[in-house]
Design a protein around this ligand. Sequence first.
Ligand code: ZN
Length: 125
Amino acid sequence: MTEFATVLHCIDGRFQLPVFHYLQERFGVPYIDVITEAGMVRHIASPGENPVKSATFESLRISIDRHDSAQVALVAHEDCAGNPKPREEQEKELRQGLKELERHFPDMERVALWCSLSGEVVEVG
Ligand SMILES: [Zn+2]
């Protein structure tokens, strides 16, 4: 059983610990490899290639190859400076991002998360 899962997350420091603790429980692993970019979800949701998506997927492959990560979470959050859109639009991007992850990483367990300023974490399906 692997001890690592991976999160594709925003840079925003307010949301790191709530998501980290949620994923430890959700995925049942002690370690979460963290790949960040401001407004991460919009880059992953965008169809086709872009530099952030390519770099993120390269890091994710290292997490898979070297840490045996088999689970990945894509995160969006309230009051995002890098992706200043309403929750509804960011949830659409989360769903689109899940499809992109499924296309590139079909063997991984994939979840999308919304994190609010209160620290509440909910899954977006
Ligand atoms: Zn953000």
